[in-house]
Design a binder for this molecule. Sequence first.
Ligand code: HEM
Length: 458
Amino acid sequence: MWATAGWAAAALVVVSLPRWLPGRVVALRGWVFTRINGDESIPVPGDLVGVDRFREVYSHPAASGRSRGAALSDLFWYWLSPGPEMHQEHLEEGERYDAVALATRRILSVPRARAEELTRRCVTRALRDGQGRDRRGVVRLRDLTMPAWAEFSYELVFGEECPPYARDLIVGNADDVVTSLKCCGLRHMDRRDRLTAYLVESLPRLRDDVRRELPPGLTDRERALYLQGAFFNTAVVQMSEATAHVLMALAQHPEVQDRARGGDDRYLDQVISETLRLYPLFGIAHRITTGEIPLGEGAAIPAGSVLCFDYPSFHRAGFPDPERFDPGRFAPGHTPVRELNHIPFGMPANRPCPAWRLAPLMMRVAVREILGAYRLDSTAAHTRSLPNRGPCLLTPLGAPRGPGHRMTLLFMRFRDDWENLWRSLVQLVLGTYMVWDARRLRLCERHFADLSGDAIRS
Ligand code: HEM
């Protein structure tokens, strides 16, 4: 009898693993990261700066250091290689940053009709498989949409349709970056370097206006790395993740999906805003203070502090029942958006996203195209970091949904639970290795040490 009870208890533990183990592993990963990386940062909101002063501190002119002086930067530079020193997100303020930011703004300033037409064309292509048939069945939404955004970015920069070879290189690069950022896989520099080499070779084919507008004084390799960082890494990763989040939210809220399919763009915009509130793409954005930030009553944040602005916490503060997905929060007649704790594209006063106007427009068109063709269903977990890449069942509109449909959704749930368990262990091991490797390579620290050395020598 004891043996039977023992087997039953063991079976219970095994069956319940997907419920409790991933959470414990995530906590353990956080602890390991802090041990290796050092607990150097000030969380905002936190004990020192509350939600009420989040915007004020983020917008403060002294919250402007981007990379230099934070151990955390070594990790981001590791993940965003090659060329993190040319990535707009990580350039320090100065002439080079201004030139790069201007070039990005110009490339992104496409007329609305052109952006919409290009999105429609790229998404329509992504909805066909290699044989030209409509995709259907279970897909991973991030994988489904990434080729569309790769083609979009290519055409934006080069002004011509994206050849399949280039699309595959871009997807190979972006997927490798986002997979390693989420610690679901190691980085593969060969995949990323292949794209850099292709871009260096392709510079003479750039759209004339883009070529003229590229930041002056850069080598060909630096130009290629700048384009790779902003347009073939950040743009592709962020757009695929954002679209996957919106589609996942719709797949799990059928009544919202039905209403969104109705054609009212204002409602779709509310869905996008609510999705980006609940699942902001940035977990944390960090800044290194370049001077003291006074907090009043003698308190201050000293120069050289690493501030970690926590988007998910900020986006939950001040909203009733904040975990609930409710696009109605953004409906006309409610609190104006600028008064809400909602900054999916960053703070206007401190290096906000240069695509803050264009990206919602592109998302709206992409989601509309997909909703016009499919019914979406998903029983997989929907979390902010979306490590499962958004499993979703695509059923062509009007096609019957029989018992097989329900079985597929049951199986999706079961598989997702067990994948989640395995993945959390993989993330723990690979994440620990990459944090250690990034500390060993110290890409950011060495870059700035070399610059200071050069300055002293000259
Ligand atoms: C829905 C999609 C997107 C979201 C939610 C998003 C969000 C953000 C946020 C929150 C920041 C600021 C982070 C900080 O304060 O450090 C940022 C910065 C940035 N984003 Fe986006 N982004 C999106 C799409 C894009 C696209 C399409 C591009 C195309 C080039 C892009 C390029 C950049 C760049 C270059 C920066 C750095 C800005 C700077 O430091 O000057 N993003 N993004």
